[in-house]
Design a protein around this ligand. Structure first.
Ligand code: ATP
Ligand code: MG
Length: 313
């Protein structure tokens, strides 16, 4: 089935709520690929002593990362600190200069691409190009690593894709053209694709980019509740504190902290890392959160106003 056929079939489904199974009912079922057994209890994905340089400039300098079953791990740090580079190495989009990456205890480089793709889903930082596919097609791409010998879409694939769209709050977009969606809508669809892939490990590079505040929380709730073991790059430290089991702070290619958010995200480390003044606070539900202000005169000692005093009333 071509993308155009899929679009047409999806359009015929009708109704506000799209059932992909109905939209793709003309597809002949094929057996889904079988996946290997898990190794619960150990690190699913582990990187040891990663080193990498671009043009002789070191970007990663001895980075260790581990993601265990059931964990959501946050990767935070300043721009250019090496987060995306580390993530690319963790799914073999890039081979490190030195160090090793183990997936379920086995060298990541020894996995055939398809087997690796069944186990690791990636939501990259950049959305490249205008993809002339429907949303439903984009989500079904997540099923490609599981496809049977003839690569046709199965009933099971459609059920999984529909559920993934539902969970990411994007089912209503199923018949739209992906390339014409807003940035936030695209993010939701890409999350659905990652969920539809049913990986053992999910790697997400700034998945909350473009999203409004409610959607940011929604996305991370989905990851928490529906996702597999996940490594998520975030710039919002308060989202990391709220949704991650562990947070790694990566600065200048070195992991400066790795632990539960309340231990890793100290006011001192955050202040030094980002060149701001950070203050720890506690939300109503007991979650540690951070308040920020730029460096400058402290609120306790405000600078003398230079202009005319406002009228008193
Ligand atoms: N393919 C590349 N070729 C040359 N330099 C690169 C390449 N990819 C990344 N870099 C450089 O490596 C450094 C780390 O980049 P990286 O994208 O890993 O940072 P990041 O922590 O993800 O930053 P951000 O928060 O801005 O996304 C940067 O200085 C970047 O310019
Ligand atoms: Mg990045």
């Amino acid at each position: 089935m071509t993308p155009a056929d899929r679009d047409a079939a999806a359009c015929e489904a009708g109704g506000a709520s799209v059932d992909l199974r109905r939209a793709y009912a003309d597809e002949s079922p094929a057996p889904a690929g079988q996946d290997g057994a898990g190794t619960a209890g150990t690190a699913l994905l582990e990187a040891r002593d990663l080193h990498h340089a671009f043009g002789g400039r070191p970007v990663l300098r001895g980075v260790d990362v581990s993601i265990a079953e059931g964990e959501v791990v946050g990767l935070v740090g300043p721009n250019g600190g090496g987060k995306t580079t580390a993530l690319r190495i963790l799914h073999r989009a890039l081979a490190p200069d030195a160090g090793e990456v183990l997936l379920e205890g086995r060298d990541l480089g020894s996995y055939p691409g398809r087997e690796r793709a069944r186990r690791i889903a990636v939501m990259a930082q950049e959305i490249t190009g205008e993809v002339p596919l429907s949303v439903a097609d984009v989500v079904l791409l997540g099923r490609v690593p599981h496809a049977g010998a003839f690569g046709s879409t199965t009933e099971e694939d459609l059920r999984i894709a529909t559920e993934a769209l539902e969970h990411s709050g994007a089912l209503h977009l199923a018949r739209r053209e992906f390339g014409l969606l807003s940035g936030g809508e695209k993010q939701r669809v890409l999350i659905a694709r990652a969920l539809a892939q049913q990986p053992r490990v999910l790697l997400m590079d700034e998945p909350t980019n473009h999203l409004d505040i409610g959607s940011q929380h929604h996305v991370l709730q989905i990851v928490r509740e529906q996702g597999p073991a996940t490594l998520v790059v975030l710039h919002d430290l308060n989202l990391a504190a709220r949704y991650c089991d562990r947070v790694l702070v990566l600065t200048d290619g070195i992991v400066r902290a790795d632990g539960p958010p309340a231990e890793a995200l100290t006011a001192d480390l955050v202040s030094a890392t980002y060149g701001v003044t950070a203050q720890r606070a506690t939300a109503d539900d007991g979650t540690a959160q951070l308040l920020f202000r730029g460096q400058g005169p402290s609120p306790e000692a405000p600078a003398e106003p230079t202009g005319p005093r406002p009228a008193e009333y």
